[in-house]
Design a protein around this ligand. Structure first.
Ligand SMILES: N[C@@H](CCC(=O)N[C@@H](CS)C(=O)NCC(=O)O)C(=O)O
Length: 254
């Protein structure tokens, strides 16, 4: 199989696609792209839409983390990314769809609002990436990219304050799926990869990590992606974080 995966460093669905290829044992070339600029590169490479992850596999163009998961399962069934049992499979697909449509966007909004507050953080997500220019140069010239990404992703202050308030409920939902065995089983499934990569990216933000790391969702994320490059120092107003602090699990059992 000849495979080239187009990614943005720090992109959670890109990380999910990388992990899918690794899990399937498919060797691939990785093309690291700068955010925003990626849109033109991906279109120029012949993909119908402008997002990453985008995969060229033996000449076939597959775009989107869910489609990549399905196509890899079709072409290389072992190890499967979906359970064989129909009922379990549809539960995993529902969790995966929520991860793709809801959790990914919430994560992107919080991330870009955090990067807007500390431009220097953008370079930390490029650790280990080959962008064609030194990370230090990319970081110094990133202001227009950050402004565009905040706009494209609707990462306004109002939206992100609401996202942070909604986060405890989002994490409860993931914890429930883990309890029910939809997520976090012995064999990593497509929804574990879809959701675990978003949660892990949220954990790179120092304001947010304490609200996640001692939850089952945090343990799942660390298991799925032990190392996710990047960090954002505390940047959000304390009032925005109150709902998270109130929902943090106690340090020791009472
Ligand atoms: N739900 C899609 C969304 C992909 C998506 O929106 N990717 C973002 C990166 S996380 C992107 O390509 N953004 C373009 C940009 O940042 O310029 C998937 O899972 O593939």
């Amino acid at each position: 199989m000849s495979a080239t995966l187009y990614v943005i460093p720090g992109s959670h669905p890109s990380m999910a696609a990388r992990l899918m290829l690794e899990r399937k044992g498919v060797d691939y070339k990785r093309r690291d792209l700068m955010p925003v600029i990626s849109k033109g590169v991906v279109r120029a490479a012949g993909f119908p839409r402008n997002t990453v992850p985008a995969l060229k596999l033996d000449g076939q163009k597959i775009q989107g983390s869910v489609r990549i998961a399905r196509e890899l399962d079709r072409l290389r069934p072992e190890p499967p990314l979906l359970p064989g049992d129909a009922e379990r499979r549809s539960a995993v697909e529902a969790a995966e769809a929520w991860g793709d449509e809801t959790l990914q966007s919430l994560t992107r909004r919080i991330l870009w609002n955090g990067i807007k507050r500390d431009h220097s953080s953008i370079g930390t997500y490029g650790e280990g990436a080959k962008l064609g220019i030194p990370i230090s140069v990319a970081t110094k010239t990133a202001a227009p990219i950050i402004a565009a990404a905040v706009r494209f992703n609707k990462a306004s202050d109002d939206n992100v304050r609401a996202d942070l308030a909604a986060l405890p409920g989002v994490l409860d939902r993931i914890d429930d799926w883990i309890e029910e065995g939809v997520l976090g089983g012995e064999d990593v499934n497509a929804a574990d990869l879809q959701i675990g990569t978003s949660v892990r990216l949220l954990m790179t933000m120092q304001d947010i990590r304490p609200a996640i790391e001692r939850r089952p969702a945090g343990e799942l994320a660390m298991r799925v992606v032990p190392d996710f490059p990047g960090t954002i120092a505390p940047v959000f107003p304390a009032a925005w974080l109150e709902p998270l602090r109130e929902a943090e699990p106690a340090t020791s059992p009472s």
